[in-house]
Design a protein around this ligand. Structure first.
Ligand SMILES: Cc1ncc(COP(=O)(O)O)c(C=O)c1O
Length: 483
């Protein structure tokens, strides 16, 4: 017998290290759940909560009892007409809302840097994407928001499109004007879908940006596990009746979700909703004031910048979610990825994300003041210790034109492909994604025609030391193209 449980042991090893978590899941090792005194038994009941569709426990795919009631309470709390519990993450919510409002061959207007779930839905549904580019803040090295003007342009050029999808807020907390976009989209007889994966907490504090449902969206998919107290993989899809076919969306949910939904995940969504409704406003009051103090203190450390609401007004950003705590090291002269490594190895702090210029902490109601004191102390220490290491570069501005789309994403993945020299690939149809990161906006996607201009731009980007995400050949000497 092999006495080994590598996955379980590995997780327990990580826990034993005693790291401070600035990453998902939002409950932070259960700390946010333990704040609900009257549901403290939740922790002890986890093993018993793993149940199935026996009499009395309802059925997610045909809810008539306790699941129906829990979803209705969620709809009231999140101010939607219908709310659906998701056990396959926001990914299946994105699939269902896109497939629920389109037919095979339809066009849908989406951000060029959409989450892969959006691309997945287009592949499943045989849809044609119309891409718009979000604004980029080169100083911070991040893609930010989209202005209603860009959406208006995409609608004008594609009046037959069925829907517009916006990612809001972004991973970095920047927000677009969803109210104005909703008005514009509806005026043109389309529906507005919001990928609100990072915004499940927004409806519960007056100090947070406007949530998609309140702003007039028709559907919004949220990863409750990222920002609220529910478990990983648990999400919600909110729907406004009127412009969408609710039954078709429900059909797509049955298609994209398991027939054995986890009662642990669903119960955790129920608890997370309860906590927000009962205590959301006060919990966010406390968290946001801790974050204000943290930002102020970090910004006294020279050359380190933790941006906040002052970025509103720049690059079409109309609001900002302060629970996304991005700390920028561009002026300090060290890469964010290196800082994140140091924080983990030397200070037992694990960040959510790091990139060329930044590290990002995902702040939730599971955090304690002491976590931010620890992070601040570590940053002060790093700023003294590593001062002499200056290694940073500018992100080159990529001047590229949206490529011509010869095949839909679905057609492209089913065509035979071959590997050829990247430099010789102009005029060929790409079979893969090429996305310089930062800022993570794909320059080429499957089904699009590669041009000489694109090749030259990517070579320049590569020479500047920018990471290229996507291609099988990481060095991009070769590229996969349609045969
Ligand atoms: C913008 C965005 N949309 C959708 C998703 C998918 O969410 P989930 O992991 O809950 O399936 C993510 C996850 O990281 C995301 O960042």
């Amino acid at each position: 017998m092999i006495n080994k449980t590598p996955l379980y042991d590995g997780i327990m090893e990580y826990i034993k290290e005693g790291n401070t978590s600035f990453h998902m899941p939002g409950h932070k090792n259960g700390r946010s759940i333990l704040r609900i005194n009257e549901r403290a038994d939740f922790k002890n009941n986890i093993l018993y909560l793993d149940q199935t569709e026996i009499p009395g426990l309802d059925n997610l795919h045909l809810p008539e009892g306790i699941i129906k009631e829990a979803q209705e309470l969620a709809a009231r709390a999140f101010r939607s007409d219908y709310t659906y519990f998701l056990v396959n993450g926001t990914t299946c919510g994105v699939y269902s809302m896109i497939l629920g409002v389109t037919n095979h061959g339809d066009k849908i207007i989406v951000p060029r840097n959409s989450h892969r779930a959006v691309v997945g839905a287009m592949i499943i549904g045989g849809l044609w994407p119309v891409y718009y580019e979000p604004d980029v803040d080169l100083e911070k090295g991040i893609a930010v928001s989209v202005s209603p003007l860009k959406i208006e342009e995409a609608i004008r050029e594609n009046p037959e499109a069925k829907a517009v999808l916006v990612t809001n807020p972004t991973f970095y907390g920047t927000c677009s004007d969803i109210e104005a976009i909703a008005e514009l989209v509806h005026r043109n007889n389309m529906v507005l879908l919001v990928d609100e994966a990072h915004g499940a907490h927004l409806p519960f504090s007056r100090k947070l940006p406007l949530n998609a449902m309140d702003a007039g969206a028709d559907c919004a998919a949220q990863s409750a596990h990222k920002t609220l107290s529910s478990f990983t993989q648990s999400s919600m899809l909110h729907v406004r009746k009127g412009r969408v076919d609710v039954e078709k969306i429900e059909f797509m949910l049955r298609l994209t979700q398991t027939t054995s939904p986890s009662y642990i995940l669903m119960a955790s969504l129920d608890i997370a909703r309860y906590q927000m409704e009962e205590y959301g406003e006060e919990l966010y009051e406390e968290l946001l004031s801790t974050l204000d103090v943290f930002r102020e203190r970090v910004n006294t450390i020279s050359d380190i910048y933790c941006f906040g609401r002052e970025i509103i007004g720049q690059h079409g950003i109309v609001d900002f979610d302060p629970t996304k705590v991005t700390i920028n090291f561009k002026n300090f002269g060290m890469q964010g990825t290196r800082i994140a490594d140091i924080l983990r190895k030397e200070y037992k702090i694990q960040m959510e994300l790091s990139d060329l210029y930044n590290i990002l902490a995902m702040a939730t109601i599971g955090d304690e003041k002491g976590d931010y004191e620890k992070l601040y102390d570590a940053l002060c220490d790093i700023s003294n210790k590593y001062k002499s290491e200056r290694e940073i570069r500018d992100i080159p501005l990529i001047d590229w034109k949206m490529p011509y789309q010869a095949l839909s994403p679905r057609e492209a993945i089913y065509e035979p492909m071959e590997m050829i020299d990247f430099e010789m690939s102009d005029g060929r149809i790409s079979a893969e994604i090429i996305a310089p990161y930062p800022p993570g906006i794909p320059v080429i996607l499957p089904g699009e025609i590669i041009t000489r201009d694109i090749i030259e731009n990517i070579i320049k980007t590569k020479e500047a030391g920018i990471k290229i995400n996507g291609p099988r050949d990481q060095r991009l000497d070769k590229i996969a193209v349609i045969k």
